[in-house]
Design a protein around this ligand. Structure first.
Ligand SMILES: *Cc1c(COP(=O)(O)O)cnc(C)c1O
Length: 368
């Protein structure tokens, strides 16, 4: 069985280096926050090219902390895409703000600037754009709208480590960038992890305090804080992996461009990748007429596929109280109904990619 993603291959490739890094943390007992989390956040800020970064416990916290740093809370609205992982919407929700869902474009599948502008009200404070599947959204179009209405722009970079928009690194474009290092993301911890990046030092200073129980000085709590520090072991593991990220990205790109060139079956719909962007293919998502039929077909061929994401955010039960209806975000709904995710991870071999391509090209709908 070819897995959709196989993390074990990377662990085995670099096992001694990872174990040495973990051992070092244990010897120093720098378990929560501390030296290794701090070292990683500096390395990550340098990699993304921002003035500062704050290492945190996961990507969902990164989004919540970004909202807190901007002073967003009860009574505020934050526009987020309907086509994303639900955690994008949790960030504003946790602070008491209301997420307002915008549709995506039918070609790039990213947040649609025209639909965003339609949903702005007097209460809107920020727009969170998501570089979904590692494909940068049209940042300049979103920034232009935000500037006209005096809104913040936050990037959800949980799927876009190392992706570029017009030559610029995602995570360095908006007021704040939010990263996840959940296992399976392009850069991942051996557990949970996240980071917030920004060129505006005061935001990062505020996040350092919020994530650390509201303290700048221990036992003196200036604000209501949270326990959202990164663990030392995760920082040490991430410092090892960061050195390999560009190499892993190149391999994802090689495999994905091959899928795009060689999957020629007209049943497949593919995401558009505008020329001025450099996607990093966190997930390789396509559309087919009958996703469940396709998944059964691929499984019979020994190829595991899955779906990202079968229900768009605005139609999730958790947000039923907001009153969205089917038809409110038609492009996001189309994707939810038709998306399938093909195997994609840097350690996939050329032969495995060829198997996936052949199976896709031989696929006929409605028979499985
Ligand atoms: C993974 C992910 C998150 C949440 O990150 P966690 O580390 O799992 O909390 C947020 N947004 C998007 C788009 C994601 O893919």
């Amino acid at each position: 069985m070819l897995k959709r993603i196989d993390l074990g291959r990377n662990y085995r490739n670099h096992k001694s280096e990872y174990l040495k890094a973990i051992e070092e943390v244990c010897e120093e007992t720098a378990f929560s926050g501390g030296k290794y989390a701090d070292r990683f956040q500096e390395e990550f800020a340098a990699y993304i090219g921002t003035a500062a970064a704050s290492a945190v416990d996961n990507g969902t916290s990164a989004l919540q902390l970004a909202m807190l740093a901007l002073g967003i809370g009860e009574g505020d609205e934050v526009i987020v895409p309907a086509n994303t992982y639900i955690a994008t919407a949790w960030g504003p929700t946790y602070t008491g703000a209301t997420p307002v869902f915008a549709d995506c474009t039918p070609d790039t599948w990213q947040i649609d600037p025209t639909d965003v502008e339609r949903r702005i009200t007097k209460k809107t404070k920020a727009i969170i754009g998501v570089h979904l599947y590692g494909q940068p959204f049209d940042f300049h179009a979103i920034r232009e709208i935000a500037d006209r209405y005096g809104l913040y722009v936050v990037e959800d970079c949980a799927q876009s480590h190392g992706a570029r928009y017009k030559g610029l690194m995602t995570g360095s474009l908006g007021d704040l960038g939010c990263f996840s290092f959940y296992p399976g993301k392009n850069l991942y911890a051996f557990g949970e992890g996240g980071c917030v990046t920004s060129n505006h030092q005061p935001y990062i200073d505020a996040i350092h305090i919020f994530k650390n129980q509201g303290c700048e000085v221990r036992y003196y709590h200036d604000v209501v804080g949270y326990n959202m520090r990164m663990e030392g072991i995760q920082g040490a593991v991430l410092s090892v992996s960061l050195k390999y990220l560009d190499e892993w990205t190149r391999r994802r790109q090689e495999l994905s461009w091959r899928y795009l060139r060689e999957i020629t079956n007209p049943l497949f719909g593919m995401q558009a990748h505008p020329e001025d962007t450099e996607p990093v293919f966190h997930l390789f998502v396509a559309t087919v007429p009958e996703p469940e039929d396709f998944l059964a077909y691929m499984e019979a061929k020994g190829i595991e596929c899955n779906r990202h994401y079968p229900v768009p955010c605005h139609l999730q039960k958790a947000y039923a109280h907001l009153g969205y209806q089917k038809g409110d975000c038609p492009h996001a709904e189309y994707l939810a109904e038709h998306c399938v995710t093909l195997p994609m991870f840097p350690e996939m071999t050329d032969q495995e990619a060829a198997l996936v391509i052949e199976a896709c090209n031989e696929y006929q709908t409605g028979k499985h």
